[in-house]
Design a protein around this ligand. Structure first.
Ligand SMILES: [Zn+2]
Ligand SMILES: [Zn+2]
Length: 276
């Protein structure tokens, strides 16, 4: 059993099973992917995400506004909380800081937006999904000041260094690895996959972006989270089953609100594993 802890199901490519969400999820389930977290990029897409979650018992959703999305208005803490509660989100995000493309949304706007998400997450006691790129110190500083260690969160699609990952883990966060770790030039990330504690790792596709080897260049889909697991297993010299089991347990430990809807066979396996 695998969990795709971060995908954008409402942004699938037409080339992915004809853009059909049900067919895409069916293909993933056939590859033993049994839980999906569909992550919000804008609050405007919440009704669509909620309708996907209603139609598919194994899809959970988050609520938030991406740091790089050019938005006409900035959601308040109350706006973020209302969206999360109204649509049944299990997490807040994706939020964070991205200095790689800072021309699109100015740094000051990103900071204020990130803070409001962290405050909303704290007040709702929901974990946060963090997008961070080339803003190591600033991301960690805001997490130290505003994140809630009781609920924590995840640094998703992680591409920064081991020191940052270790500090985030120390602050109570998980690190999610994507298909990028399969890329030829990603040796430092594979090193990170070996070094970090297995009970702090999550796996994701970030589909439709960042398809793993051997699908690189195609639009990504949740079934291919298996390749991320295989890469971690190979690097650590352990079985794919062990990576699958542990990252699934990590997912439900972090996103507690998703647990009641977990598939029965997953709940049973986790209950027996003692990993939760
Ligand atoms: Zn992201
Ligand atoms: Zn994303």
């Amino acid at each position: 059993m695998f969990v795709d802890s971060h995908c954008h199901l409402d942004r699938l490519s037409d080339q992915t099973h004809g853009g059909d969400i049900a067919a895409t999820l069916a293909a993933a389930r056939a590859a033993h992917v049994s839980q999906f977290l569909a992550v919000a990029v804008t609050l405007e897409e919440m009704p669509e995400l909620a309708s996907i979650a209603r139609a598919h018992h194994d899809v959970a959703i988050s609520a938030g506004l991406h740091p790089l999305h050019q938005s006409e208005s900035e959601p308040s803490v109350a706006d973020i909380k209302d969206a999360a509660e109204q649509y049944g989100a299990v997490a807040i995000g994706e939020t964070g800081l991205d200095y790689h493309y800072q021309d699109s949304v100015p740094i000051e706007v990103q900071h204020e937006r990130f803070k409001r998400h962290l405050i909303a997450a704290h007040e709702l006691e929901l974990p946060v999904i963090i997008h961070t790129r080339e803003a190591k110190e600033e991301t960690l500083a805001l997490l130290r000041e505003y994140s809630d260690p009781r609920v924590g969160g995840v640094l998703h699609c992680f591409t920064e260094d081991l020191a940052m990952a270790r500090e985030a883990v120390r602050l109570g966060f998980y690190i999610s690895l994507s298909g990028i770790i399969t890329f030829r030039n990603a040796a430092p990330l594979r090193e990170l996959a070996r070094q970090l504690p297995l009970d702090r790792l999550l796996i994701e596709t970030d589909s439709p972006y960042l398809a793993p080897v051997p699908h690189r260049g195609k639009p990504n889909e949740p079934a291919w989270v298996v390749q991320v697991s295989e890469c971690i297993a190979k690097e650590r010299g352990i079985s794919v089953d062990e990576v699958a089991m542990q990252t699934t347990a990590n997912f439900y430990r972090l996103f507690r609100a998703a647990t009641p809807d977990a598939p029965e066979h997953v709940k049973e396996a986790l209950a027996h594993s003692g990993l939760l």
